[in-house]
Design a protein around this ligand. Structure first.
Ligand code: KIV
Ligand code: ZN
Length: 508
């Protein structure tokens, strides 16, 4: 173990997915995992295997598809959770079970209803059982931020003796101040010495997650748990890109510490996660927000033109956000298209490339200039597509201001025997979107309940692509769908149909 190496443990696919509205399907999780591997993270927490069959499948597929990167699954300190985690990660070359139990007085008394000695017993049993599946076991003291340090020492001593090699001390509710977390982490590092790697996992409820993580590093933590764009439960987790760029930019203060992250992959990863989850980083978000490198004031612009370092401590190029964003059009060939995608971080198979290229050509007929953002959106849609049981053929809608809005729609349905049929219907609704979704429900004989609807312009201009993200409940299942088109109504219909296809593909 190199003492200067900070292990980056990415939990975008687990804690990040716990962000309201961020659920992802298996294909989408695989794409993110492959990009995290290109980014250079050391460990991917790919989900919580016991949470659902979908989670188990996604972890298992990721474990099969990544190379040497370590694949982890979360598990409560329960036999069934640990078994599911162990089985889901089994195909990975490097694998880890991450098991946890709460250790703060408030959690033990009200949530677990257990005495502290019972909690230690459960934790030790969990770690021993996890070791029957893998050599690499991480143990987390949930709500360590509000746990008694003497109790943390007692339980950590026991789980390390039982076989845990990483000890994670989460500030689960984002309560601690940097100086306090430094002291607590230092006490644990001094106590455990070389017996285990100490890990930081900080939530952002007071906006301190990254500052707290850097303090934990200073105190001797050698693993940090973080997410792309700071996604995560409530106010989110510490943002990977901020921690990594702080370490890289402030070598004078933090060196010789380093991470294995390839910083030029940061922007592509951030965009992929934003486009898949539909959660855009705020414009002034550090490192990856759309204004992070924009200089608005005349004085700043003048300074930057004379010498970039006057107002820039990092350049857009450092994180792979190229300034030259204009791009391809109608006359661009397959080669230029492929080259541009490689620059943007997409590594497509021949089939995916062919299909993305024909979507690109179709888009060129509707839109004059295609920007990087359009390409990213188009290609992520293409590679994360789930089997299309239904696909849209035509849509017409009429909107009136007297409350009568109608939509007529024709849809292709792929039958199990490979035959296709065309189905058409129309519906009235309260507004065009309602009418379109009702018409789709009538055709597919389903009854979706719309839980969330978001629309965003992908690039600039009146002919900008619209990206619609929907969250729909079919039966007991809530699924997400994305749709892309220069027409917002068509993008909405595509998003709703994608959600329906996702639901149907879960049922088979
Ligand atoms: O925040 C937290 O405590 C967690 C643990 C389950 C690791 O996410
Ligand atoms: Zn967490």
């Amino acid at each position: 173990m190199d003492k200067n190496h900070i292990i980056i443990f990415d939990t975008t696919l687990r804690d990040g997915e716990q962000s309201p509205g961020a659920s992802m399907n298996t294909e989408e999780k695989i794409q993110i995992a492959l990009q995290l591997e290109r980014l250079g993270v050391d460990v991917i927490e790919s989900g919580f295997a016991a949470a659902s069959a979908g989670d188990f499948d996604a972890i298992n597929q990721i474990a099969k598809q990544v190379d040497n990167i370590c694949v982890a699954s979360l598990a409560r300190a329960l036999e069934r959770d640990i078994k599911a985690a162990g089985e889901a990660i089994m195909p990975a070359k490097n694998k880890r079970i991450h098991t946890f139990i709460a250790t703060s007085p408030i959690h033990m008394e009200h949530k677990l209803k257990m005495k502290s000695d019972e909690v230690i017993k459960k934790a030790v049993e969990a770690v021993k059982y996890a070791r029957t599946f893998v050599d690499d076991v991480e143990f987390s003291c949930e709500d360590a931020g509000r746990s008694d340090v003497e109790f943390l020492k007692e339980i950590c001593d026991a789980v390390v003796s039982a076989g845990a090699s990483t000890i994670n001390l989460p500030d689960t509710v984002g309560f601690r101040l940097p100086s306090e977390l430094y002291e607590r982490m230092k006490a644990m590092v001094d106590f455990l010495g070389d017996r285990a790697i100490l890990s930081a996992h900080n939530h952002n409820d007071l906006g301190l997650a990254v500052a707290n993580t850097l303090e934990c590093i200073k105190a001797g933590a050698r693993q940090v748990e973080c997410t792309i764009n700071g996604l995560g439960e409530r106010a989110g987790n510490a943002a990977l890109e901020e921690i990594v760029m702080a370490i890289k930019t402030r070598q004078d203060a933090l060196g010789p510490l380093y991470t294995n992250i390839i910083s030029k992959e940061i922007y592509a990863t951030s965009r992929l996660v934003a486009s898949i989850t539909g959660i855009e980083p705020q414009p002034n978000k550090a490192i990856v927000g759309k204004n992070a490198f924009a200089h608005e004031s005349g004085i700043h612009q003048d300074g930057v033109l004379k010498c970039a370092q006057t107002y820039e401590i990092i350049s857009a190029e450092d994180i792979g956000a190229s300034k030259t964003n204009l791009v391809l059009g109608k006359h661009s060939g397959r080669h230029a298209f492929k080259d541009r995608l490689i620059t943007l971080g997409f590594d497509l198979s021949e089939d995916e490339l062919n299909s993305a290229f024909s979507e690109f050509k179709a888009l060129c007929d509707k839109k004059k200039e295609i920007f990087d953002e359009d390409l990213r959106a188009l290609v992520s849609e293409e590679i994360t597509k789930i089997p299309e049981i239904y696909s849209i053929i035509t849509l017409s809608s009429s909107a009136c201001n007297n409350g009568h809005t109608s939509a007529a729609i024709s849809i292709r349905k792929m039958l199990e025997n490979g035959e296709e049929i065309i189905l058409s219907d129309a519906a009235l609704g309260h507004g065009t979107i309602d009418a379109i979704f009702k018409a789709i429900d009538r055709i597919s004989n389903s009854a979706g309940e719309l839980k969330d609807y978001k629309v965003a312009a992908i690039s600039k201009g009146k002919d900008a692509l619209a990206k619609v993200d929907v969250k729909v409940k079919f039966g007991q299942q809530t699924v997400i769908g994305h749709g892309l088109d220069i027409d917002t109504m068509l993008a909405s219909a595509k998003a709703y149909i994608a959600a329906l296809n996702s639901y149907l593909s879960m049922k088979v």
